[in-house]
Ligand binder design. Structure first.
Ligand SMILES: Cc1ncc(COP(=O)(O)O)c(C=O)c1O
Length: 445
């Protein structure tokens, strides 16, 4: 980035190349360098970069009408996209469920927190306001979303500003917070919700929010069989709403429309973002189940919340065009075969003494690096291993998404891989080769 740039960067100590073009799984910079987007940026890009139809659909919508305020109008592309999303959701959304569109994931989380609170007001449960969540989680960067998040590093500077409604144990078998092993653990991490409700929050709890596959913070940690069903059961028994944050795992990323569909559960709300418009427009959504919608319809009739740019017609047009593309090329179906291929080429990596785990579901994968494979001890944080791996992959022209802190909020290094669903065999091989070279380089010293 030129030092004369007016942009406030994410990091003043880094330089940022100028991305000028995208083609499929590749990003091309102004100076002509080509990078393979192995992380779909941040698990955003599903259909690939540079798909011309999407831009055309957005231009067409904006030439008809670019904006109409939702306090006065609805628009056809938003109505259409809402109906399509509801039809992709679990059965409890299909008869009367609705969609609240936002401009991204954090706004979707904020909206869900307020929907949960107002749902209980509408149903005369005035004490219920706490949205419980898990440690080692991420639900967004605004203050409400950050309050329910458990990502230690991202919360740290803002702790004095955050509300504390209650966090329970993470679900992370590779570093089990109870030092147990599945199935002997009997899902202690799910039962932690019951324990918390009983001991601290029973009458005040409004909802529980979780990432069905824990994305950025834990590096694609998949819950063991029975976990998601047990969580859903505890929420139902205790009359609190279940919010599935599928901002990263939704819209086909794990091989199904929404990850919860792998376990056949019916959350009360599903949050989505990122892949919903594959990065072509800022868009997020809260899918609201019929039961929650009914409470508003029968109650006050008005949700006291709103954003100027919610349900933006041009973003909705992008969402519809992306869905058209996903459907026309059967890209959800492609996720499983592409994931198998990618995991296949990554498998030799697992014999490396510092590659602890390769995990994930569909095309949401994580590779964790450990100091000691037997004890699963992480490297000291100061060694900055995840960032060094990212840097070494970049030298091989492959983009990855590094994070530290998966073990205890500070220690633990992983990278996330979440390429577009269009990734080819050759591109999978390039990713594996870059990672092989990165581990050889980073761990040779
Ligand atoms: C699971 C999850 N929830 C919420 C968010 C926040 O979304 P956004 O960055 O679009 O505000 C993210 C972003 O990474 C996420 O992964």
């Amino acid at each position: 980035m030129p030092t004369s740039s007016g942009l406030f960067p994410r990091n003043f100590n880094k330089t940022f190349p100028i991305a000028s073009r995208g083609e499929g799984c590749w990003i091309i910079t102004e100076d002509g360098r080509r990078f393979l987007d192995a992380s779909g940026q941040a698990a955003v890009v599903s259909i690939g970069h540079g798909v011309a139809e999407i831009g055309r659909a957005m231009a067409e919508q904006s030439s008809k009408i670019a904006f109409a305020h939702t306090s006065q109008f609805h628009t056809a592309p938003a109505d259409k996209l809402a109906a399509r999303l509801v039809s992709m959701a679990p059965p409890n959304f299909r008869n009367g469920g609705r969609v609240y569109f936002t401009s991204g994931g954090s706004e979707a989380t904020e909206t869900a927190i307020k929907l949960a609170r107002q749902f209980h007001l509408e149903t005369s449960q005035k004490d219920r306001h706490r949205v419980l969540s898990r440690r080692q989680s991420y639900h967004g960067s605004t203050l409400g979303a950050m309050s329910v998040s458990g990502n230690v590093a991202r919360r740290a500077p803002y702790e004095p500003l955050l509300a504390e409604w209650g966090h329970i144990a993470a679900c992370f078998c590779y570093h089990c917070p109870f030092d147990k092993t599945f199935p002997q653990c009997e899902l202690a991490c799910a039962d932690d919700l019951q324990v918390h409700l009983r001991e601290q929050a029973l009458d005040q709890a409004a909802a529980f929010i979780f990432e069905p596959v824990a994305g950025a913070t834990l590096g694609a940690a998949v819950p063991p069989e029975g976990y998601v069903a047990r969580i859903a059961e505890i929420c139902r028994e205790n009359k609190i709403l279940l919010i599935a944050d599928e901002i990263m795992s939704g819209m086909g990323r794990t091989g199904k429309s929404f990850a919860v569909q792998h376990w056949g559960i019916e959350p009360d709300m599903i949050l989505t973002g990122k892949g919903i418009a594959s990065g072509y427009a800022p868009l997020g959504a809260v899918l609201v189940s019929s039961r929650v919608v009914e409470a508003f319809e029968r109650g006050s009739g008005a949700f006291i919340h709103g954003f100027t740019y919610q349900a933006h017609p041009v973003s909705a047009a992008a969402g519809n065009a992306v869905l058209d593309c996903l459907e026309a090329h059967k890209l959800f179906e492609r996720v499983n075969s592409a994931a198998q291929e990618l995991r296949g080429v990554l498998s030799p990596l697992q014999s490396h003494p510092h590659v602890g785990d390769v995990r994930g579901l569909g095309l949401l994968l994580g590779v964790e690096f450990v100091k000691d494979k037997t004890s699963r001890e992480p490297f000291p944080r100061e060694q900055n291993i995840a960032e060094k791996i990212r840097q070494a992959c970049l030298e091989e022209s492959v983009l990855t998404y590094p994070t530290q802190g998966c073990v205890d909020g500070l220690g633990g290094d992983h990278i996330l891989l979440a390429p577009p669903f269009t990734i080819s065999s050759e591109e999978c091989a390039l990713i594996a080769r870059a990672l092989q070279s990165a581990v050889a380089k980073v761990f040779s010293t």
